[in-house]
Design a protein around this ligand. Structure first.
Ligand code: FMN
Length: 178
């Protein structure tokens, strides 16, 4: 049966938007009707009119991006009536895959259960670092934190985007939802 699916995301630098778009395309490819919503832009009607809501956020400084945080806080009542799935996009899942369970608890199970939500599925994905996009302060902080070095040591060219996303994993997860 064709499902009506919402893929809602919050992004700071764009990587999560592209992950959300790929999830949406994959689910569309399975014959479902998918809306994609950028939670940083405006409001949304009728969250509970969907059969499935997939919600994703980038992780910046140990937190969800504001639009996604606000969305699950403000719309928790409606989200509780819908089947939900959550994903996060960050560097920790890529560099510390052995912490995946811990990251899942910290970044997904914890925050969503606080809103009374029980996800049907969860996923943590690698994101993107792109020093050409950051201002001086962010670059300085990330350099001081050793991010540039970790990326260089892992073989990335830090003068351009360092893309930690595993598109096969992302597509596999999206397919598993429908
Ligand atoms: C200033 C800054 C802080 C970050 N802090 C974290 C963090 O605490 N944990 C993490 O896993 N990733 C962190 N990252 C990596 C981001 O999650 C990654 O760049 C992701 O692609 C961000 O999503 P977006 O591109 O959709 O905004 C950070 C990135 C930046 C630029």
């Amino acid at each position: 049966m064709m499902m009506k699916v919402l893929v809602a995301f919050a992004t700071k630098h764009g990587a999560t938007a592209e992950v959300a778009e790929e999830i949406a395309q994959t689910i569309r490819g399975e014959g479902h009707d998918v809306d994609v919503a950028d939670l940083g832009r405006g409001t949304m009607d009728d969250v509970d009119s969907y059969d499935l809501a997939v919600v994703g956020s980038g992780i910046i400084a140990g937190n969800w991006i504001k639009g996604a945080r606000r969305f699950i806080e403000k719309r928790s009542g409606e989200l509780r009536r819908v089947r939900t799935a959550f994903f996060i996009v960050g560097s920790e899942p890529y560099f510390e895959p052995e912490r995946r369970e811990e990251l899942l608890a910290k970044y997904i199970t914890g925050p969503v259960s606080e809103q009374g939500l029980t996800p049907s599925s969860t996923a943590v994905f690698g994101g993107v670092f792109d020093f050409s996009k950051y201002g001086r302060v962010v670059t300085a902080i990330l350099t001081k934190m050793g991010v540039k070095k970790v990326l260089s040591d892992a073989g990335f060219d830090v003068s351009g985007p360092c893309d930690l996303r595993d598109w096969d994993r992302i597509r596999d997860w999206a397919s598993s939802l429908v």
